[in-house]
Design a binder for this molecule. Structure first.
Ligand SMILES: C[S@@+](CC[C@H](N)C(=O)[O-])C[C@H]1O[C@@H](n2cnc3c(N)ncnc32)[C@H](O)[C@@H]1O
Length: 269
C-alpha cells in the first residue's frame, strides 16, 4: 500500500520546477482543449490549474470577450498562476470536490487536465462540474490510464517490489481510471459521453534526476516521499541503471499514456 496522498508537501522549488517541467502535461492539455473545441467568447473553468500554463492557453483561445478561471488547492502554484494571468484570467485556491463559490450553469467548458487521478471523490468533482456548466456545456479530463500505465511506473513498480519497505513509496497518482470507469463516472454525474480514448506520448529525459524532478514536481512532492534519504539514493541508482536500457537518440525514452474523456451536459433535463 502506498502512503496516503498529501497536499502539504509542495514547496516553492517544486512549484517553480512544475512551471518549467509541466510542459509535458501542457502539451497533452492543448490536445484536450482541441477535443473540447474551446471557442472565442466562451466561459471556461480549469480545475486543478497548477501554475496556469494551460489556463493561459485557454484564455488565448477564448479571447478577451471570454472568461477563464483556474482553481487549485496549492497556494504556491496559484500564486504563480496569478502572476502569469496579468488580467487575462483569474486564479484562486479551491478544490474540485468543493466548488461551492462557483455559480450554477455559468460555464461553457470545464476541464481537469492531469488532475482527476489525484481527486479522492471523483464523482463529487464531476457533479460540481455538471452543476456549474450551462445546459449543453462540455466537460473533459485527462487521467493516468489504469490499464495502460506509463513506462516509468512499470519500471519503478518492478524495482520497488524487490524490498518490502519500498512498497509504501508512491509512484503514480492514487485514483487512476480505466476507460470504462471514466465513462461510468461521466454518466453517473449526468453527462452524455462524447469522447473516450487512450493517447500515447513520447517523453525524453537527459538523466534519471530529470525523471525524478519531473515526477516530484508533477506529484507536488508525493513521488517516492515515503523513502528516507538512503533508500531514495538506492532507488535512484537502480532506477538510473534500469532507465539506461531505454536510452535512445533523444535521451531516456519513456512512453506516457493518458485517457482523454469528455462529456456533454444534456440541454433538456
Ligand atoms: C500534474 S498537476 C496538473 C496541473 C495543470 N492542470 C496542468 O495541466 O499543468 C496536478 C494538479 O492537480 C491539483 N489537485 C490535486 N488535488 C486536487 C483537487 N482535489 N482538486 C483540484 N485540484 C487538485 C494539484 O494541486 C496540481 O496542481
Amino acid at each position: 500500500m502506498s502512503t496516503p496522498l498529501s497536499l502539504e508537501l509542495d514547496s516553492v522549488t517544486l512549484a517553480e520546477q512544475y512551471d518549467r517541467l509541466g510542459t509535458r502535461q501542457f502539451h497533452h492539455g492543448l490536445e484536450l482543449l482541441d477535443v473540447l473545441a474551446v471557442q472565442r467568447g466562451e466561459k471556461v473553468l480549469d480545475i486543478g490549474c497548477g501554475t496556469g500554463l494551460l489556463t493561459e492557453a485557454a484564455a488565448e483561445r477564448t479571447g478577451p470577450e471570454g472568461e477563464v478561471l483556474g482553481i487549485d488547492p496549492l497556494a504556491l502554484r496559484v500564486e504563480l498562476a496569478q502572476k502569469r494571468a496579468r488580467g487575462r484570467f483569474d486564479a484562486r485556491i479551491g478544490r474540485a470536490e468543493a466548488l461551492h463559490d462557483v455559480p450554477d450553469a455559468h460555464y461553457d467548458v470545464v476541464y481537469l487536465n492531469s488532475v482527476i487521478h489525484w481527486v479522492p471523490d471523483q464523482l463529487a468533482a464531476l457533479a460540481h462540474a455538471f452543476r456549474v456548466l450551462k445546459p449543453g456545456g462540455r466537460v473533459g479530463f485527462t487521467t493516468m490510464s489504469q490499464e495502460a500505465p506509463h513506462d516509468l511506473h512499470v519500471v519503478l513498480r518492478a524495482l520497488l517490489a524487490r524490498e518490502p519497505r519500498w512498497q509504501a513509496a508512491r509512484v503514480g497518482a492514487p485514483h487512476q481510471l480505466t476507460q470504462e470507469r471514466a465513462a461510468l463516472l461521466l454518466a453517473a454525474a449526468g453527462f452524455n459521453v462524447t469522447y473516450n480514448e487512450i493517447r500515447e506520448f513520447d517523453d525524453a529525459f537527459d538523466t534519471v534526476d530529470d525523471v525524478i524532478a519531473f515526477s516530484r514536481a508533477s506529484s507536488f512532492g508525493n513521488f517516492l516521499s515515503a523513502l528516507d534519504e538512503s533508500d531514495t539514493a538506492r532507488v535512484r541508482k537502480r532506477l538510473g541503471e534500469a532507465l539506461e536500457a531505454k536510452r535512445g537518440p533523444r535521451g531516456i525514452a519513456l512512453k506516457r499514456r493518458m485517457t482523454f474523456a469528455t462529456g456533454r451536459k444534456p440541454v433538456a433535463q
